[in-house]
Design a protein around this ligand. Structure first.
Ligand SMILES: [Zn+2]
Length: 247
């Protein structure tokens, strides 16, 4: 399985990160390397896939921290691996904890405060973005770890592009018009663009932010997309971890 990596996070040798992709090398794996237990996939297969993905990343599945994502603005401070319960963003200053954001179309945002050595993984689809979860994550990093946004690098991983994300008027009208595109009487929302703007407005320098240009919907057989595959869609992971031992 190929792992998508960020150029900006790659610059930090103490970080381990990556986004999983689809893999059809196992003919019995109908979801194409799904990492979620919640989509009707065989749990044994999901477990095997998770173990394989974290091994390929360079760590062990036992180091992974997960959340039960509910499209909220709940941000958790994580101090140990495992299930963190209901939230959509996790922050840690601990090494050897791999924050795993589950994704299919929604924007994953990976943050790294290189000054204070703090990381965060954010799940920000339209509901999370509307509730400003990236901003709230940065505010919590500030409050708990004295993070200064100018010392933060950010990676917006692959997500659905505006041209493939049609929304109803009730969703579109929640967002500034610059993120809503109107075409043939239909409305389309640029969730990644809105997330990007929030990072900028939080004070992260433009040159510290990388945006993936991959669209999950378009990247057939590469990335999971709920809009494209519906109930047959699996989920991938976007992961960030600091290597090393905790003092
Ligand atoms: Zn697209």
């Amino acid at each position: 399985m190929r792992i998508i990596r960020s150029q900006i996070l790659n610059k930090f040798g103490n970080l381990l990160h990556g986004v999983s992709t689809m893999d059809f090398s196992d003919a019995n794996d109908l979801f194409g390397f799904n990492l979620s237990f919640s989509v009707g996939d065989d749990p044994q297969k999901v477990l095997e896939n998770r173990q394989k993905f974290f091994r390929l990343l360079g760590t062990d599945y036992s180091r992974a921290a997960f959340q039960e994502q509910i499209h909220s603005d709940i941000v958790k401070i994580v101090n140990a691996p495992g299930n963190q319960g209901k939230s959509d963003a996790m922050i840690t200053n601990k090494k050897n904890i791999a924050l795993a954001v589950s994704i299919a179309d929604c924007t994953p945002v990976l943050l790294y405060d290189y000054e204070n050595k703090v990381i965060a993984g954010v799940h920000s689809g339209w509901r999370g973005a509307f509730q400003k979860i990236p901003v709230k994550t940065i505010l919590k990093m500030k409050a708990k770890f004295n993070t200064k946004p100018e010392n933060v690098v950010a990676y917006l991983g692959p997500s659905i592009c505006v041209d493939h994300y049609e929304v109803g008027v009730e969703v579109a009208e929640k967002f500034p018009t610059e993120f809503v595109k109107s075409k043939n009487g239909k409305l389309f929302l640029d969730v990644a663009g809105f997330n990007y703007k929030m990072l900028l407005e939080s004070g992260i320098p433009e040159q510290n932010i990388e945006r993936s240009d991959l669209c999950t919907y378009e990247a057939k057989d590469v990335l999971h997309s709920y809009r494209r595959d519906g109930k047959k869609s699996g989920r991938g992971f976007a992961v960030i971890m600091m290597k090393g031992e905790n003092e």
